[in-house]
Design a protein around this ligand. Sequence first.
Ligand code: F1X
Length: 307
Amino acid sequence: MIIAAGLSPAWQQILEVSSLETGEVNRCQSAQWTSSGKVINVGIAVRHLGTPCETIYPAGGFARELISNELEQLGVSSCVIPQQTPTRVCTTILDRSTGKTTELVENAQPITAEELAAFKTEYLKHLKSAQVVVLTGSLPAGTPSSFYSDLIAETHCPVILDARGPELEAALEEKPFLVKPNHEELERTLMTKLADTETLIKGMQEINERGATWVVISQGKDTLWATSREHVYRFTPARAEVVNPIACGDSLAAGIAVALHRGKPVPAAIRRGMAAAADNLTQLLPARLSEKRMQTFYDQIEVEQIT
Ligand SMILES: O=P(O)(O)OC[C@@]1(O)O[C@H](CO)[C@@H](O)[C@@H]1O
């Protein structure tokens, strides 16, 4: 099975507006609530791809029950660590006139040392049956930046890590299998501008040298790059109608995890992940993937081995 684990779920509102005017009263065309945040999105995506998965997350306040109920309805097997502070609320605004998406992201509320210890106990318990792990999402304020590296140190199967800042840096020391920072984050980690393809690839391979077996940089509808110490791959994404882009990165991670779990080699797994991301784009609710729809996108994705 796969484990999706993270500390920052969200109760997410998705609003469609015909045209967003800041500073004005905007009336919505549609409004939906759903369970989200990176860890939940990955759990939902893996479930839709039919691979057994345990989604481990803390939750508190009114959203705890709402998220649990929705995940149960979706058949997402989950392990919730009760948290004193309430689960955050995030808002996605989809402006149908410009096609732009606005995200209002509340940071995850602090989590206590006891809650973190309970999280780790559950993680280690489920780890025994896991073949692939996805660790994902921002850390609540005050969480030690060694949080992910401590978990990776205990994990003896491939870890896909979606993290930023000091927690990403610390995690590299424990050699995660695959990291997927965005372009900006990579620049921040390396403290240098990566303005062209050559410097970008160099930067990615520096992260390979620092410990990540694979580095993946996705750039929306533009080229996705993947590097290991020895290899560089260029992927051209499929074209998809954009309904809601939120959770594309999570669908990418989930698609890669599922393909690795099925024994696919990394380039093929990344291609699967990209098909999942493309499919996610076409749905209003995050991570509601369909393997059947994904196949069309998979066939359109071009993969080129550069070195
Ligand atoms: O970066 P974080 O704080 O972990 O998550 C922020 C967030 O944008 O990520 C998800 C999409 O990936 C959304 O559900 C959520 O609002």
